[in-house]
Design a protein around this ligand. Structure first.
Ligand code: FPP
Ligand code: MG
Ligand code: MG
Length: 345
């Protein structure tokens, strides 16, 4: 089937819906107190709404299941209702994501995000924390309105995972911090769980069979892991200008990521630096040098590529479907996995 093998622009397949989503997000955070509304919609404003990567993935996933396309009449109404429920899941996912970023910037004392001042920097910690809570509250109401307890369960579990991952990152136990297994579990909780569970939710709300929901989950999980591994490599290879946030920020915060763990295998001296969280003068430079003369970056990129491949395989495992639109969206999801590992910001 020549047509569906062509390169497709993932954004153009769901661009109209993403524009709708941006408007919905802004209207979902209206608040009685104007300043709270202002704080909550800070990252939903035009120009700083981010890559909207998660909503794009979710809308493409929603179009990747083999459902009979709507004929007319009742079938059309049912289809439209399902689609708007899936859009709701994309909105909820983005709200959870932004809420976690607002809190994350407080915890990390970050002063920039998406190329502008972070909310805590602009409005202070108290407002930023409350704005994050407010987004979660609104996301909860939207979630409940879907009247689907399994979806509520999936996305509530994500909240637990986000907190667990962030908490694991605070660990001071050097054994844990120097373990690749601990790092991968933390990364699943912190980054991949939201993608995995929201992808699954889009399948569950569509009444897809368990195997399909599992493939959707696996796509999100592996895409999320690949995404974070690339992020960790970019923290070493990128610059403030290319990333829109400071480079080497993980090391600066004493956070151990995959490049360091791979470098540790080649340079056991790294363990001392890990133990003292790169706090001694020149530790950051020493660690950077060791990473550079090791295969830390390459191995991180290779691991990211393996997870991207697993994400592609998860899409390939969906039941065959001849519908051109379905095939295009599946291709787009596969392309995205490739883009995740070739991105530079
Ligand atoms: C960004 O990581 C942060 C996360 C992906 C999750 C943060 C989670 C919490 C703060 C727990 C609270 C959760 C909720 C739902 C409010 P990073 O600091 O490595 O990335 P960055 O470079 O984007 O800051
Ligand atoms: Mg941060
Ligand atoms: Mg953080």
């Amino acid at each position: 089937n020549g047509h569906s093998q062509e390169k497709v622009d993932p954004l153009s397949l769901v661009g109209d819906e993403l524009a709708l989503l941006a408007n919905r997000l802004r209207s979902m955070v209206s608040a009685e107190v104007p300043r709270l509304a202002e704080a909550s919609e800070y990252f939903f404003k035009l120009g700083v709404e981010g890559k909207r990567f998660r909503p794009m993935v979710l809308l493409l996933m929603a179009s990747s299941f083999s459902i009979a396309l709507p004929a007319q009449g009742v079938a059309q109404v049912v289809y439209n209702d399902l689609r708007s429920r899936q859009q709701r899941i994309a909105e909820i996912t983005e709200m959870i994501h932004v809420a976690s970023l607002l809190h994350d910037d407080v915890l990390d004392h970050s002063d920039t995000r998406r190329g502008i001042g972070s909310l805590n920097y602009v409005m202070g910690n108290k407002l930023a924390v409350l704005a994050g809570d407010f987004l979660l509250a609104r996301a909860s109401v939207a979630l409940a309105s879907l009247r689907n307890t399994e979806v509520v369960e999936l996305l509530s579990q994500v909240l637990e995972h986000l907190v667990t991952g962030e908490f694991m990152q605070l660990s001071t136990d050097s054994q844990e911090v120097a373990s690749m297994d601990y790092y991968m579990r933390k990364t699943f909780y912190k980054t991949a769980s939201l993608m995995a569970n929201s992808c699954k939710a889009v399948a569950v709300v569509a009444g897809q069979p368990m195997e399909v929901a599992t493939s959707a989950f696996n796509y999100g999980r592996h895409l999320g892991l690949a995404y974070q591994l690339v992020d960790d490599a970019l923290d070493f290879t990128g610059t403030q200008a290319s990333l829109g946030k400071p480079a080497l920020s993980d090391l600066g915060q004493g956070i151990v990521t995959a490049p360091i763990l791979f470098a540790l295998n080649e340079h056991p001296q790294m363990y001392d630096l890990i133990k003292r969280k790169f706090r001694k003068a020149d530790d950051i430079n020493l660690a950077l040098e060791m990473v550079k003369k090791s295969h830390g970056i390459t191995k991180t990129q290779e691991l990211a590529a393996e997870h991207a491949q697993e994400a592609v395989d998860a899409i390939a495992s969906l039941p065959p479907c001849e519908e051109p639109r379905v095939q295009q969206c599946r291709r787009a999801l596969m392309d995205l996995a490739y883009r995740v590992i070739t991105r530079s910001k």
